[in-house]
Design a protein around this ligand. Sequence first.
Ligand SMILES: [Zn+2]
Length: 177
Amino acid sequence: MTQTHSSALPPVARSIPLYCTNCESERFFKVIAHISNVAAKAKCEVCGRSKTVRSGEMEDSMSEAGADSKAKTKKPRNTDGLKAAAEKRKSQAAEKKAEVSAKKEAEQKAEYNKQYENLRGQIGTGKVQPYGMKNSFSVADAIQHPKYGLGFVTMATPDRIEVAFETGVLPLVHNRA
Ligand SMILES: [Zn+2]
């Protein structure tokens, strides 16, 4: 029977709940060494007091731990509810965020439209050049792009331009040999 009990010894370095006479309360004891097949030396993780625990003693606390974990298996139902509530809050927050960003997007779009109309008013459409990457453009040129339509150059470097189209500002190449 000692053979079967020996298997009940927890491995070294395993923490097990035991009563500590020094702390006068339930503590985790770390198994330091196996003294025999049925006994191990364990140390209170709080006060450091070591004690010899027999496999029977540990079986008790281990079965207690087992009962404890059985009790815990009931919990998930609770946490599922909490989780669901958290998920709901999260999705509501995400919806709100999407609403806010959609509103912001609409505002930005309206703001951009205003800028685009201003450019159209200032630059005009009297002289519109067709876009081509080999052509050369300068700031405030009006261009016609085959895909993006009427645009106005807002920025120009020797090889790049930025063009405000109705749909937004796009970087384009120019002066390409
Ligand atoms: Zn202790």
